[in-house]
Design a protein. Sequence first.
Length: 371
Amino acid sequence: MRIETIAIQAGRDIDQQTGAVMPAIHLSTTFVRGNEGEFVYSRSDSPNRRALEQCLTQLEGGAAGVAFGSGMAAMASVFQALRHGDHVVLPDDTYFGVRELVTGLLADWGLQHTMVDMTDLAAVKAAMQPNTKLVWVETPSNPMLKVTDIAAVADIAHNGGAKLGVDGTWATPLLQHSLALGADIAAHSTTKYLGGHSDLTGGVVVVNEEDGFYERIRNVQQIGGAVPSGFDCWLLLRGIRTLPYRMRGHCANAMKVAQFLEDHPAVHTVHYPGLESHPGHEVARRQMDDFGGMLSVQVVGGGEKADAVASRTKIFARATSLGGVESLIEHRAPVEGPTTRTPMDLLRVSVGLEHPDDLIEDLAQALAGNR
Ligand SMILES: *Cc1c(COP(=O)(O)O)cnc(C)c1O
């Protein structure tokens, strides 16, 4: 089956009792013994979550999927599945929540780490240690849109006896097939494009093998308990049904917006992997089916000028997060706090599904104020 068909059919059964074509929402926390699905208690497993996990597993082409109540809970489960004294290699520009988790919380529990520029394969190789159990990649990265060669890093990880995990949130399972490229674990914040409407938080880990490491991730879900509600699973599955068509719009609009910004005198750098000027363009062309709906832009004149642009947009809402149908703009560095590595003059843009000409006109008037 092609991915458009999977997005609509996976995890969807006709209800025999009612004939309902679309699934019911099960909010019950407990289930009588001896039921067909062997459900017991909703923290361990529930009908809507199982359907969602089936769909996400099929979208990624994996062996099993584990759903969580947020993207961070999903990413954290992978690191929590490691042991005291294990070492991980992660990107120096990884999502700031993952960086806080690994360098703060889990460092206190004895997890070791090295941060590298993942686009520098020699640096990745040099960072590998005998106790390295996981290499973590985020591509395209948040918010610098660096593109990492998944297949090349998978080789390095596997040669070192480590697993490769990929945070593919910005690409979605539609545009980038991390497991097929050699990753062992594909993780997503489903809060973003998979949900697609900025009305739920969620996350998922899909593995290529139901091995002992997978069992530990499943254990973190069931015992740790950061599980999504039945309603959130239902809502997310509903969002996924239109993912392939939404992504076409996001990609087409983002390319137009990126091209407009690249030529604008008030802008000095546009980070969008679809542009030939982007350092990761060639790798992105090889490993992605399209370039996504996210871009970052650095404006001339520094942080105050960037902030002023974000304050003047009328269609782009000034807000954090991404991947919804509505366009968002964010002055990123202040949000990430004092440890940020993000340039002060950078605006992160989530290009929505409004008409691209309206989006370009909005950015044009917001940038014009900077002259
Ligand atoms: C948003 C995001 C996360 C965290 O997901 P939440 O759902 O906010 O917990 C992790 N990685 C990337 C790349 C993200 O964009």
